[in-house]
Design a protein around this ligand. Structure first.
Ligand code: MRU
Length: 333
């Protein structure tokens, strides 16, 4: 049976037959607008400018970007060039490079290049959706009884090919009738938690509680959470996890309060070429993401800003890494 994406939630990336149609996540939840990418360069820009976000979703988008490149008749050399440029759009989430490398490695015949690349992009999308459902089933087997969850960033249908990584687990718990409270950290500065996760969950009839990121410690201390569940942008061979800035802090807090920390990500997020997190480039984004709000500056003019958008959580702070292949202790990865 084909697994479906979340009821009511629009596809983050859809092949229309001629273009890649991306839901513009920058406009949510206020407006549902779309960006139609006709060239691979449009896809690279959309990834860099946060139209489409989340590790698996940018991998899917990049694969369709290669299909657009293949259609432009520049052959294998043109495809490889587009692949290199797409990979540069965002450096930390490995799914982007993984998708590009996988497509390039599997095409060789110039006469059917477009059809081959398009088929691969569609497969990557379908496989990610299946992986999300499998991960959710594996993950809930680790969790006993009614479960109160804290989650961070967006890990749902919008960040993947559908259903979600960490949010897939929340959805699965709901389906099993075992979902307690869901606390969603707003996720400064792009507010993926407030703008995307809260919106997606409400569509499923799940009413989360939105909190500022700095509320996590006191909520844990009050005993209102059983487990922190996040996704990942890259998992190294050692089991270190790179994910949205703030994840490391949540893992430290969870350990301090005797709570469990679960990371849910498909195998396409596992980077066996990186031994530990220290080898990975952490993306830094422009300072105005922090110094301004809705176009209004609220910080002093010449303030120095440091805006890393991901952090690294050492494997020792993680209890479970869940992939479509099962549940692992980080050291087993
Ligand atoms: O900067 P973003 O919005 O692309 O970051 C997204 C995240 O960090 C997600 O938590 C991550 O990709 C994990 S799972 C979809």
């Amino acid at each position: 049976m084909a697994e479906s994406i979340t009821k009511g939630c629009p596809d983050p990336a859809r092949w229309t037959g001629r273009t890649l149609r991306l839901l513009d996540q920058r406009c949510l939840p206020a407006r549902e607008t779309y960006v139609d990418c006709e060239r691979w360069e449009d896809v690279a820009d959309a990834i860099a400018n946060m139209v489409v976000r989340g590790a698996p979703a940018i991998g899917v988008a990049a694969a369709f970007g290669l299909a657009l490149a293949a259609r432009s008749n520049t052959g294998l050399a043109g495809l490889a060039l587009a692949g290199e440029r797409l990979k540069l759009a965002r450096p930390t989430a490995v799914n982007l490079a993984w998708a590009v490398d996988r497509v390039l490695a599997r095409c060789g015949d110039e006469s059917s290049l477009f059809d081959d690349v398009l088929q691969q992009a569609l497969s990557i999308q379908a496989e990610d959706l299946r992986a999300n459902h499998a991960m959710a089933r594996h993950a809930t087997e680790c969790l006993q009884g009614n479960v109160n969850v804290y989650t961070h960033c967006n890990t749902g249908s919008l960040a993947t090919a559908g259903f979600g990584t960490a949010l897939g687990v929340v959805r699965q718990l709901q389906a099993e009738g075992r979902l307690g409270d869901v606390f969603v950290g707003e996720t400064r500065p792009w507010l993926q938690g407030a703008r995307l996760t809260a919106w997606e969950l409400a569509m499923d009839g799940i009413q989360p509680t939105l909190v500022v990121d700095s509320a996590a410690a006191s909520i844990m201390r009050a005993g209102r959470i059983d487990v922190v569940i996040t996704g990942a942008d890259r998992i190294t061979a050692d089991g270190d996890v790179l994910n949205k800035i703030g994840t490391y802090g949540l893992a430290v807090l969870a350990r301090h309060h005797g709570l469990r920390m679960m990371v849910v990500a498909p195998m396409s997020t596992v980077d066996m070429n990186a031994t530990s997190a220290s080898e990975i480039e952490i993306e830094e984004r422009p300072s105005d993401e922090i110094t301004t709000w809705a176009g209004q500056r609220h910080a002093p003019q010449d303030i120095r800003v440091f805006n890393p958008v991901f952090d690294a959580t050492p494997y020792a702070l993680i209890d479970w890494i869940v992939t479509e292949q099962g549940v692992f202790q980080p050291a087993m990865i």
